[in-house]
Write a protein that binds this ligand. Structure first.
Ligand SMILES: Cc1cc2nc3c(=O)[nH]c(=O)nc-3n(C[C@H](O)[C@H](O)[C@H](O)COP(=O)(O)OP(=O)(O)OC[C@H]3O[C@@H](n4cnc5c(N)ncnc54)[C@H](O)[C@@H]3O)c2cc1C
Length: 387
């Protein structure tokens, strides 16, 4: 048995501590925040103070010195308590990781302590309207003007730009405008002239909003570029693998929350002799959901373990598979949870219907189910490409 994927006592203690924080806030807090059009500021601040938001960031910059393994535990447990914090996927996991691994000393000093304790939040923008899943087609372009950069382009579906102090934007340099993507990453502070945002109306019940961004000759100093402009995909994937692992954690938390609601209901709701949970047509799909969530968590642990050990290539495949498995498990679990409650599955009081769209996010973003199947077909199985 490979014990490397099993949890240490420290991990179990972290899981228990975060679960108890989540339980103190609970779903009612999350629902209230959303209905008041606010953000989860109180929970975010408390989690930051306790060291949970920056658990993956280096100790030298105020973080916990752990890895994505620990950060995934934080997100999963908050989600299982009904409080999934989407910005954890973006701010400490993608942006924090990329800056910690490739930033200059000055960038680390400027951003990491705030990302670690939650005073600073950073969004991440790669998706473009005309590129979508094909990130090689992104056209956001950076050109030099003296020592400055001028950034021009458009992005869509970028989460949390309104609450983020800055957005890490993926562009390409002018010389690399065509052909295979050679991405470069720029930190764009929220109020930089030429950087505008408009919210996209979404069918989601969440505090984080998605935005369309326009970058119109956004002037940035040389130090806005994170890492090497010639480093290419390596730097980008240093952030995208954690994003996939964290999306798996988001999906697992959501799935566990929905499953717990359904099990509670199935234990007590009685319309014949026994509670509905005694009928195998109700019990078996719930048992199946539990198994699928547990299996997905194993894959997520493997991916996080490989990533934290520095195996970017191995982590790439495992992170894709973990994201796939967790998203599919969450979608099926939520569907079954809604069904278990009958009519109550769609009432506002029980609040499960709105999880249907939330779970679908994990199937679409940050990389869709089909693009993961493409990746495994080509990279793992060596099958030819159709595109
Ligand atoms: C709630 C939410 C939050 C998001 N937050 C962010 C964020 O913070 N930052 C960010 O950069 N992006 C974000 N995104 C964007 C997300 O990453 C994209 O929506 C996703 O990558 C898919 O791109 P697309 O929407 O353009 O779909 P498309 O690329 O247009 O795909 C549409 C459909 O076609 C399928 N498809 C496309 N190509 C192929 C192919 N070759 N083979 C088979 N099927 C294919 C896809 O699987 C999909 O089902 C967010 C999206 C959502 C919904």
């Amino acid at each position: 048995m490979n014990t490397a994927v099993l949890e240490t006592d420290e991990h179990k203690a972290l899981r228990a501590a975060v679960a108890s924080l989540g339980a103190r806030y609970g779903r009612s807090y999350f629902e209230r925040v959303v209905s008041e059009g606010r953000h989860t500021d109180e929970l975010w601040a408390e989690a930051g103070k306790a060291g949970y938001l920056g658990v993956n960031l280096p100790e030298a910059y105020g973080g916990g010195g752990g890895g994505i393994t620990e950060l995934a535990i934080v997100l999963e447990e908050l989600g299982a308590a009904g409080c999934p914090l989407l910005m954890l996927v973006v701010s400490p996991a993608i942006c924090g990781t990329v800056i910690a691994r490739f930033g200059t000393e000055a960038q680390k000093q400027r951003w990491l302590p705030g990302l670690a304790d939650g005073r600073i939040t950073m969004a991440f923008g790669i998706t473009e309207p005309d590129a979508g899943s094909n990130s090689h087609r992104i056209t956001t372009t950076a050109r030099r003007d003296g020592t400055d950069w001028l950034l021009t382009g458009r992005k869509v579906f970028i989460s949390g730009v309104d609450i983020a102090d800055a957005t890490l934007i993926v562009g390409r340099t002018e010389d690399a405008r065509t052909g295979k993507l050679k991405p470069c990453l720029f930190i764009v502070p929220r109020d930089t002239p030429g950087f505008s945002r408009s919210p996209i109306p979404m069918e989601l019940h969440a505090p984080e909003k998605q935005f369309e961004l326009v970058l119109d000759d956004v002037r940035l100093p040389a130090e806005a570029l994170v890492g090497d402009e010639d480093a290419g995909l390596l730097q980008l994937f240093a952030g995208l693998n954690p994003e996939r692992i964290m999306t798996a954690a988001f999906a697992l938390g959501l799935g566990r929350y929905a499953l717990a609601r359904a099990v509670d209901y199935a234990r007590t709701r009685q319309v014949w002799k026994e509670p509905i949970g005694a009928h195998q047509a109700i019990a078996h799909p719930l048992a199946q959901a539990h198994i699928e969530l547990e299996l997905a968590r194993l894959m997520m642990s493997k991916a996080a373990h490989l990533y934290d050990r520095g195996d970017d290539v191995g982590a790439g495949e495992a992170a894709n598979m973990a994201k796939y498995a967790a998203a599919e498990a969450a979608v099926r679990t939520v569907d079954q949870a809604v069904h278990t409650l009958g009519g109550n599955g769609l009432t506002t009081e029980y609040g499960l219907g709105r999880l249907v769209t939330a779970a679908r996010v994990a199937r679409i973003a940050p990389v869709s189910r089909e693009m993961i199947l493409n990746y495994v077909s080509h990279q793992t199985l060596g099958l030819p490409k159709s595109y």
